[in-house]
Design a protein around this ligand. Structure first.
Ligand code: ZN
Length: 377
């Protein structure tokens, strides 16, 4: 267990990148002597390392950075079957991967993780000794302690204290989190939003997920449900949604909805890429579908911008592309639906991610807790 000063120093470096002792002492309001002591302890723990020497005016300074092999974190995604279990280093890189059958039974999940973990750790030297936490990503609402799943339609759960069940079985500190929130934490810790304090991540997949960071902290809302744009009504009296409402964003703009609309129109398109190709050849139905979906997603993002005024909207997508008609219409819909003073002010970045985005996100939840400590939000 790290002290709060040690955690603070690691947190500063994780947000600002490699820094010298002098810069760290100034940013934490500590004397150089106190800083040297903390740095010495963290280096001996193997969590911090000295990297390059910077020569400028005065004495050369040595930069300090997180040691990639200083700590390892496990991440499980309960969104796929088989469920991936990955091992990430302190830079968020996946260094080992295993899979296990997906189950809806929390005790079976805990037993499977306990069975699979030794195989995962055997793939990486020292990982067993330095495993510093386990994260689990799932579809649904999670309580603020990241311990209990309040509600998951996909898993059929209500108030399931999964983190404790897994911890009891494995002996490893375990945290659970909603899938989109896990990806947002991953982007904040290791990805494209590292130096942004206010941003929203929109995960575009079979369903649409969303999570916000406000003032550098994950914003959960009162019931853990902040960011559920998938079920914002975007077409009043539109198609029925699995949530019981009608016209939700998910029924128009998710990858699943787009593919279903293509099928209903008799198009032999099995992916967004196929549909983009058809649209570029002038197929009216393909153009209509992409227009409808892009407009809906753009309108939802315009609302996000109006509500929160974020410094970045980051759209992650496993499949598809945003440089065709869909992405163009989406951007036009954003610009056309925000107040003129917001227009063009919010960068919208798209990022293709691999299928392990959820498991990596889960591992980053464990890393975040290691850096921030208990009750992080
Ligand atoms: Zn819905």
């Amino acid at each position: 267990m790290l002290t709060s000063s040690q955690q603070q120093l690691l947190r500063v470096i994780s947000q600002s990148g490699p820094s010298s002792r002098t810069v760290l002492a100034a940013s934490m309001g500590l004397s150089k002597a106190a800083m040297s002591g903390i740095v010495r302890d963290l280096i001996s723990l193997g969590v911090l390392r000295e990297t390059e020497t910077i020569y400028g005016q005065g004495r050369p300074s040595i930069l300090l950075d997180l040691h990639p092999e200083g700590a390892f974190f496990g991440g499980v995604s309960l969104l796929e079957d088989p469920a991936p279990l990955v091992l990430c280093d302190f830079n968020g890189n996946i260094v080992a991967r295993q899979t296990m059958p997906l189950s809806r039974d929390p005790d079976v999940i805990a037993a499977m993780i306990a069975d699979t973990l030794p195989k995962l750790l055997s793939e990486c030297k020292d990982a067993g000794r330095k495993l510093s936490g386990l994260g689990i990503a799932l579809s649904g609402f999670v309580d603020e302690k990241q311990a209990s799943c309040v509600k998951s339609t996909l898993l059929g759960w209500q108030d399931v204290p999964l983190a404790g069940i897994v911890r009891q079985k494995t002996g490893i500190a375990t945290f659970i989190e909603n899938d989109a929130k896990a990806v947002a934490v991953s982007e904040k810790l290791f990805g494209g939003a590292r130096d942004v304090q206010n941003f929203s991540v929109v995960s575009f997949d079979d369903g649409i997920g969303c999570a916000h960071f406000v003032g550098g902290k994950l914003y959960r809302g009162n019931h853990g449900g902040a960011g559920e744009i998938a079920h914002c009504t975007i077409e009043p009296s539109g198609a029925p949604c699995r949530c019981g409402k009608r016209g939700c964003l998910d029924t128009v703009a998710s990858l699943k909805a787009i593919k279903e609309m293509a099928k209903a129109e008799g198009l032999a398109c099995h992916s967004l890429d196929d549909l983009e190709t058809e649209a570029s050849l002038g197929n009216a139905a393909a153009i209509r579908i992409l227009h409808r979906a892009g407009s809906a997603l753009g309108l939802a993002i315009a609302h996000l911008i109006q509500f929160n005024d974020p410094g970045l909207i980051l759209i992650t997508h496993v499949e598809g592309r945003f440089d065709g008609l869909f992405g163009t219409v989406m951007r036009q819909a954003v610009e056309g639906n925000v107040l003129p003073r917001y227009a063009g002010q919010t960068p919208i970045r798209t990022q293709r991610v691999d299928g392990d985005v959820w498991a990596r996100g889960a591992a980053s939840i464990a890393a975040h807790n290691f850096l921030i400590g208990p009750n992080p939000y």
